[in-house]
Design a protein around this ligand. Sequence first.
Ligand code: HEM
Length: 477
Amino acid sequence: RPKDDLKQPPGPWAWPIIGNLHLLGTLPHRSLQSLAKSYGPVLSVRLGQVPAVVISSPEAAEPFLKTHDIVFASRPKTQASEILSYGSKGMAFSEYGPYWRNMRKLCTLQLFSASKVDMFGPLRREELGQLVKSIKESAAAREAVDLTEKVELLVEDTMYKMIFGCNRDSRFDLKGLIHETLELVGAFNIADFVSFLAPLDIQGFTRRLRKMSKELDEILETIIREHEDAQQGGQNKGHKDFVDILLSCMDAYDDPHDFVIDRTNIKAILLDMLGGSLDTSAAVVLWAFPELLRNPRVMKKLQHELENQVGTSKMVEEADLPRLSYLDMVIKETMRLYPVAPFLVPRECREDITINGYYIKKNTRIMVNAWSIGRDPKIWSHNVESFYPERFLDSNMDYRGHNFQFLPFGSGRRGCPGIQLGLTTVKLILAQLVHCFNWKLPEGMSPDKLDMTETFGLSMPRANHLLTIPSCRLPIN
Ligand code: HEM
């Protein structure tokens, strides 16, 4: 049969140039959830000239993420990844092939191994200690804390030290730049979908991407140069940060017939690390927190677990985390309702394939609507909108995407390699804040009126800052 006669997944009628782009709105995960209700869990849409399939159920996701994972293990080339990642020279946005495989192997071994995550434990502890100290001062003064600001800065400081080996540099606003980067990488950029409109830069994205890329490149160049100077000067910092590790890989992987890593690769990988670690971990804590304020029962139960398992005479440590099973359920429930990446990171189909009777063309973009799967009453029962961590009690659902109803870190070959680092960071921060302090909302604000709106990008942070008043719980210094 000619390919055009083969059955495509159902979807709305598409306009000639824009296709269905106009249907996405400002919160595409919600718009595409509504469309999937009419057309089904394997939905065809046309984004300008680019065919896309949106997956909205666990049964529909399994063949894409497991059975045929290798066919969908590529990423689409986009203007953002080309401009920001020096022509897709990092890992997160590069196409599937030997280059990505080598890069992923290198990063998994050198940056994400359990021993590397453990190596930076004392650093996380120190940074969190500083935060607790500053919140204690606010508690003594009975003043409200901007928790969004505090948690974002804490994550930035910790990751900054781990990646660059030094204190956050007041010369640069890296957090602001990464925030904007994720917004643009996640945005639907007309230039990616209607190629002849690209030169017009209607949304102004190309201009913003070039400006950001230049600023980020200058920062990374400065930091790498400072590391090279320190190495040449024979300075010994005690332990290696990510830049040192990657610079040493430059010599180790210098085989022209095999896999070479150069300065541009290092910069692109560092950007992946910053993009992967800053907004993601902070967003989970900042979605969990207001849910705890809105659900005092859950807050109390979590504090109770911490009292029982950790006691009141010491702070929570990373070694305590495996025993904190209710904390684990609270984090899972947060990630179900507020997946950090509502569409994961987009995939691209590498060859023509037929799945469950539907023909999917090579280069089709695949978007898994993890947000919609997390809010489907058929999967999670009628109380799907309630924050109810106990739903994970006695379930075998893990974080690695083996169960396709819960995909916080994606799944398969392209699943998140930073999962252990991300989870340790998120659990430690939330546990510490809840263990050390009681929290209430400022005068006149009631928990059920808390603003829970989201913004859309590659990650999905809260739209507004969270202000809360702490009071000390523990009799420790
Ligand atoms: C709570 C924290 C985090 C969450 C929720 C998260 C979530 C995700 C998701 C959903 C994906 C896409 C997976 C897919 O396509 O199947 C991803 C990919 C990725 N993440 Fe994370 N992530 C987190 C933390 C981190 C950290 C700390 C790093 C690095 C320091 C990181 C680095 C990456 C990279 C490099 C990729 C791309 C992998 C590839 O394309 O091969 N992530 N992450």
